[in-house]
Design a protein. Structure first.
Length: 492
């Protein structure tokens, strides 16, 4: 019996010894990271210039928590470790989001979206009526700020004298977000940025809103694409070069981004082209409703006004199935108004639909109500968007290549990867799906806090490469787990 206990003791001692050795090995395996260095960059005064991404806009609104998780604020926390100064932001007054004027919510500037169990819903539908406490008549701030991100700003808006003048709201030539943060009513966004005398800057999303306004309005020409050609303040190319020249004029280094293919965003990819479940009775009723139109198409074919392919494309037909396509108006079709025939056809896999349409389909949009231009991007409109983005990106890349004081972050490549394979970020994999993807917020356009954290790391990576800093190698980066993918309705 004693011999058994002796052997048991030896085994236990052996196991204990093994654990001790493993502990020592783990201790020895710890990697000692290098000390953080700034390289040739001077982060004393960092100024972020841009639009919605720069401001921290997400879930269709700007609010305090989103601003605190904006990528420039995340960057400033890393810069502060190596000589960066105070980073000021024009914080909103609450976490509702949106802007009011004299206690009345400004149209188009409502509170944020929240997750309603199956998809995005207005905050009010969860917590009840809300009026934003950020009020242009009550609590405007006085700039300039280090974060000069203005949601909705196009490239040329950064140069517009009066963009922060409230009297210009009536003509829609002012921006409420800039009104509340401008140093004066006659200030420009770029001018206020330069008042901070930046030693380092980021210039992000230039070109994004120049084409996004056209896209979210379905290419209906109410918000045209900014042309590449034209003078400073008119054409993108000259305007972008002027912005970079001005920001670097006092010796500052900086980072610029290119423009993503915005049609890869879930705002345009979530609504399918064939979302209509119909039973036999409903399909028959709809077919009867379009019978006269179909007859007119056949008559136009017989008269040689259209060919057989167009006639087939324009013929409306519903079936008893779960995947019927929608009726839409296509301005590229042959004009048959002489026969009192509208430009109807049914949707195809090549069409894209804006996210707000999803709530209207149950009300008969796409069946009884043919979809107007503002709800759909037909192939020619998608091509116009891509052509504009490609032209912008050519200018941005050429400007970055020609200037050793700036470096380019490939925002286009990031979104393409999100929309295809997804992107690993620490223990997570993000993609471009609405709600579940983790990278894109509930409006289907702007990033989540975690998405902005990832973007900040891409900025740091570019800064390391261009200016000899070592944020990545030294471990001074944003961690995915510290940043949420959505905000609670009752956020304080």
């Amino acid at each position: 019996m004693n011999i058994k206990y002796i052997w048991l003791l030896i085994i236990l001692l052996g196991l204990t010894a093994c654990n001790d050795i493993e502990d020592v090995s783990r201790e020895e395996a710890k990697v000692i990271l290098p000390e953080l260095t700034a390289g040739s960059a001077n982060f004393t005064t960092y100024v972020a210039v841009g639009a919605s991404f720069t401001a921290g806009y997400t879930d269709n609104a700007l609010f305090k928590a989103s601003q605190e998780n904006a990528y420039p604020n995340i960057l400033s926390q890393q810069f502060a470790k190596i000589g960066g100064g105070i980073f000021t932001q024009p914080l909103m007054n609450d976490n509702f989001g949106g802007i009011a004027l004299g206690g009345v919510q400004l149209p188009g500037f409502g509170p944020r979206l929240v997750f309603g169990g199956s998809g995005p819903v207005p905050l009010e539908s969860v917590i009840g009526p809300v009026v934003s406490t950020t009020d242009l008549a009550v609590n405007n701030l006085t700039g300039p700020f280090n974060n000069m991100g203005v949601p909705g700003a196009k490239s040329f808006h950064l140069l517009f004298n009066g963009y922060g003048n409230p009297t210009n709201l009536a003509t829609k030539t002012a921006n409420p977000y800039f009104i509340r943060m401008a140093s004066s009513e006659s200030a420009t966004v770029l001018g206020d940025a330069m008042l901070k005398s930046p030693t380092f800057f980021t210039l992000s999303e230039m070109g994004g809103n120049d084409v996004l306004g056209y896209a979210v309005s379905g290419g209906d020409d109410t918000n045209p694409i900014t042309p590449s050609a034209g003078a400073v303040g008119v054409g993108f190319d000259a305007t972008f070069n002027f912005l970079v020249t001005t920001l670097t004029s006092q010796g500052a280094k900086g980072v610029v981004t290119n423009v993503p293919y915005i049609t890869d965003l879930p705002h345009f990819t979530t609504v399918p082209y064939n979302p209509l479940p119909l039973d036999a009775s409903t399909a028959t009723q709809l077919n009867n409703a379009y019978a006269q139109y179909n007859g007119g198409i056949q008559y136009a074919l017989s008269q040689g006004d259209i060919d057989a392919n167009e006639a087939a494309a324009r013929t409306i037909n519903f079936t008893a199935s779960a995947t019927n396509t929608m009726v839409l108006i296509d301005e590229d079709l042959t004009d048959l108004s002489g026969y009192s025939l509208p430009n109807y056809r049914q949707s195809t896999v090549h069409d894209l639909f804006v996210l707000p349409l999803s709530s209207l389909i149950p009300q008969g949009y796409g069946t009884q109500v043919p979809l107007a231009d503002k709800w759909v991007l037909i192939p020619s409109e998608q091509a116009a968007i891509k052509d504009a983005i490609d032209a912008y990106n050519t200018t941005i890349a050429a400007t970055a290549d020609a200037n050793p004081n700036i470096v380019l972050v490939d925002l286009n490549g990031i979104l393409t990867q999100l929309a295809s394979t997804g992107i690993p970020f620490d223990d997570y994999t993000m993609n471009a799906k609405l709600v579940t993807g983790g990278a894109i917020g509930l409006d289907g356009i702007h990033l989540t806090a975690r998405g902005y954290a990832y973007l900040s790391n891409k900025f740091l990576e570019a800064i390391d490469t261009a200016f000899g800093s070592n944020f990545i190698a030294s471990g001074n980066v944003a961690k995915a787990g510290n940043y949420p993918t959505n905000y609670a309705p009752n956020l304080n």
